[in-house]
Design a protein around this ligand. Structure first.
Ligand SMILES: *Cc1c(COP(=O)(O)O)cnc(C)c1O
Length: 394
């Protein structure tokens, strides 16, 4: 590694000949065969594969009930419905997350109340959350950021229902077992960049049979039975008992998910090994910090680093531009939700409201991490990052 080389952005040769994305799905021959078989079957949606997928997922997570839906966003929406969030309610949410976390609250006609994060873990700070609780607080949504398990117990102690946005955290291990195993409501996503994919898809794990039933109706227009149940019963009658949506996962997606579930432990192991390699290679780098987590317990959805502004002559945005010139697909997770134009206009949120979230969001860089990455790919990312940092050292 010659780190005194010129970065590509300063006229040097790019570290890589081909671009490295920040995330990418992994599809096997078995996945393709399983999906093809579904295309030849009687049910493309609302068929038997949904139940098989739900059961396998419940076993993987260690959850009492799992309800599969059409996206992680639908999972969050369904969880908010199950938690009986409605107009007039407040829901405490972090701002350093994907917009869908807060949007789910708005779908229910409730008000998201943004609370600050812990600067070490980048997750909802229980002390800030406690300060945000009012008599109107119906729930708290916590994000298992980057796949590291959040301190759910500390939030549960505050009283309101805790909904876990576990979109990054399938396979993560918290203090009382796998994320989702003891949850009231934990929402997962199966978007292609996530650990396991169904194309688009999501699921909610819950310890409540009653909430599972609510969410099964919610994903199917609020109907008390689905097409296959009616066919089995030889019945054509149905009753709509509440307002629901078409949030059904397809059998095509469920088959892909079921196939992927068969090697989820291998995918997870590879993610952890990549993260461990990053941690080792960046160990004494003075220009960055990695958020605190136990690397063997995180699901490592991506690899976040926090740049040290005093060590660099360039901004975070320039740093990302430099990485991209070296063909490293760097990204930012996330732009704070409370600073999005919609939230400013609708809820009057503004700069200065969340000191830690805003400071962190201005320094964050997401580095590539996905199971198909080779050790060489990881080394390329580290070489490029260190080369840029030393060229532009303060
Ligand atoms: C991916 C993601 C979602 C939304 O999941 P979709 O399946 O894309 O709808 C929600 N929250 C977080 C934190 C995510 O990363």
């Amino acid at each position: 590694m010659n780190q005194t080389d010129r970065p590509a952005v300063a006229g040097g040769t790019p570290i890589r000949a081909t671009p490295l994305p920040y995330g990418r799905h992994t599809i096997s021959k078995d996945d393709i065969a399983t999906v093809t078989a579904i295309l030849r079957s009687d049910w493309l949606t609302t068929g038997p594969t949904i139940e098989l997928f739900e059961r396998a997922l419940a076993q993987q997570i260690g959850a009492a009930h799992v309800v599969a839906v059409s996206s992680g966003t639908a999972a969050l929406h369904a969880a908010c419905a199950a938690a009986d969030i409605g107009p007039g309610d407040e829901v405490i949410v972090p701002s350093l997350t994907f917009v869908a976390t807060a949007n789910a609250v708005v779908y229910r006609g409730a008000t998201p109340v943004f609370a600050d994060i812990d600067g070490e873990t980048l997750m909802l700070d229980p002390i800030a959350a406690r300060r945000a609780v009012t008599e109107r607080t119906q729930a708290i949504i916590v994000v298992h950021y980057a796949g590291a398990p959040a301190d759910v117990a500390a939030l549960r102690a505050l009283g309101p229902t805790v909904i876990e946005d576990a979109a990054h955290a399938l396979g993560a291990i918290g203090p009382d077992g796998p994320v989702g195993s003891r949850s009231r409501l934990a929402a997962f996503s199966f978007h292609p960049v996530k650990l396991l994919t169904t194309g688009e898809g999501g699921a909610i794990a819950t310890d409540s049979a009653e909430m599972a039933a609510v969410m099964r109706r919610f994903r199917n227009h609020g109907l008390s039975s689905d097409a296959r149940e009616r066919e089995h019963a030889g019945s054509w009658q149905y009753a709509m008992t509440s307002l629901g949506f078409n949030y059904r996962l397809t059998d095509i997606g469920a088959a892909l998910g079921l196939s992927q579930l068969g090697r989820v432990d291998v995918l997870l192991r590879r993610r952890r090994d990549i993260a461990l390699r990053y941690l080792r290679l960046f160990d004494d780098a003075p220009f960055l910090r990695v958020p605190r987590s136990d690397p063997e317990r995180s699901a490592w959805h991506f690899f976040p680093i926090l740049l040290e502004p005093s060590a660099l002559r360039i901004s975070r945005d320039e740093f990302i531009r430099a990485l991209r010139a070296d063909r490293i697909g760097a990204n930012v997770h996330y732009a704070p939700v409370h600073l999005q134009p919609f939230y400013r206009q609708r809820f009057g949120t503004a700069e200065g409201q969340l000191r830690v979230s805003e400071d962190v969001a201005a320094r964050l860089v997401t580095l590539p991490l996905f199971p198909a990455m080779t050790d060489r790919d990881v080394d390329d990312v580290v070489t490029a990052t260190c080369r840029i940092a030393s060229w532009f050292a303060a």
